[in-house]
Design a protein around this ligand. Structure first.
Ligand code: HEC
Ligand code: HEC
Length: 308
């Protein structure tokens, strides 16, 4: 008899608790996913990592299980996510200047490296969100492509061409130079078509010309450099890593000096030895003939649609 009463009491208390939680949950405004204005637009391999490990908190793409939406846990999660979004929101990436984007990525990778992000309370429930060494390497490689490499510590530089001082000269008289390492990256492809990865840099004049749409013809002094790496290893997740330095190619705008080739001077240096390409001056005709396909863009293929 006594037990029976106890049991009843327990059931009543349980029922009351369930109803209380239900009411609290119903009264709590749910965490919403506002529309994204412009997602983080780095290479696929980098996007994949951020989406997997960070997006639940740092984007407008928070994925919640039903139990995350039960009060009072939902309160804690809502406030964490809202705070995380205030600090860093990959879904409003376009609202940041290019410089802010770079520094956010830099900061983010540092936080990951120090083990501060993703947060420990999160990785307890989502162990796979913890970044592997290889994923960290993908992010660090990405940083090299978007930041000023020459001012970074050379030892940390992972995408290494780079014979900085050399007097190598192309058959048409264009000398190798390494200034591009401090220039802005116009396009970084993480597509490994042809088994290579390419990064294209522009000097200030080239970047300004792109911003102003002033590319028909390009102004004298514009220089565009394309660096090509071989495809390296691939891991279980499908991330591909840059392998050896393959070649570097220059396009230098001077409509007097390079009249023969529509005002663009071409040069290419192969392997990390930077061996000049072309037996004689005629090599540049081949470069030009193919680049004619891009005549609508002043003979340059990779014009980013958006550039800050
Ligand atoms: C469980 C939610 C959660 C996850 C997952 C998470 N973060 Fe955070 N993050 C936060 C919160 C909350 C803050 C703000 C308070 C703080 O600094 O702890 C924050 C702050 C940051 C900041 C500081 C931003 C600034 O400008 O102050 C960076 C950078 C950051 N996170 C990067 C990341 C990265 C990169 C990932 C994925 C690898 C990640 N976070 C995953 C919750 C999260
Ligand atoms: C078979 C066609 C072809 C030939 C030959 C060719 N290119 Fe290109 N080049 C391309 C294409 C396509 C792109 C853009 C795609 C990419 O990023 O690889 C490109 C991109 C470039 C870029 C980056 C700027 C841009 O146009 O996007 C430079 C610099 C460049 N090439 C230099 C050279 C030089 C120097 C030579 C000769 C040694 C050369 N190219 C020969 C097709 C060619």
């Amino acid at each position: 008899m006594y037990f029976f009463v106890e049991k009843k009491r327990v059931v009543v208390i349980l029922l009351i608790s369930v109803v209380a939680v239900w009411i609290l949950t119903a009264l709590t405004p749910p965490l919403t996913n506002p529309p994204s204005t412009g997602e983080f637009d780095g290479p696929d391999s980098v996007q994949r990592i951020f989406k997997h490990a960070c997006y639940d908190c740092h984007s407008n793409n928070t994925k919640l299980e039903w139990y995350h939406q039960v009060a009072p846990l939902s309160w804690k999660i809502s406030s964490d996510v809202l705070e995380a979004r205030r600090h860093l929101n990959f879904s409003h990436w376009d609202s940041l200047s290019a410089a802010d984007q770079r520094s956010k990525v830099w900061y983010a990778v540092n936080m990951i490296e120090q083990g501060k992000m993703p947060r420990r309370d999160y990785t307890l429930l989502h162990p796979s969100a913890k970044l592997s060494e290889r994923e960290l390497k993908v992010l660090k490689n990405y940083i090299v492509t978007i930041t000023n490499v020459s001012s970074a510590q050379p030892k940390k530089q992972m995408l290494k061409p780079v014979v900085v001082h050399t007097s190598k000269e192309s058959p048409n008289g264009i000398q190798y130079f390494s200034d591009y390492l401090t220039w802005k990256v116009i396009v970084a492809t993480n597509r490994f078509d042809n088994g290579t990865m390419r990064i294209i840099y522009g000097n200030d004049i080239a970047v300004k010309a792109i911003q102003e749409g002033n590319i028909n013809p390009w102004p004298n002094g514009a220089v565009i450099v394309k660096v090509v790496w071989d495809e390296g290893e691939q891991d279980e997740d499908g991330n591909i890593y840059p392998g050896d330095f393959n070649n570097v190619q220059f396009m230098i705008r001077d409509d007097e000096r390079f009249k023969r080739t529509e005002g663009w001077g071409f040069a290419r240096f192969n392997t990390s030895q930077l061996i000049p390409y072309g037996k004689d001056v005629s090599f540049e005709v081949d470069c030009m003939n193919c680049h004619r396909l891009a005549s609508a863009n002043g003979f340059v293929f990779d014009i980013p649609t958006k550039m800050q």
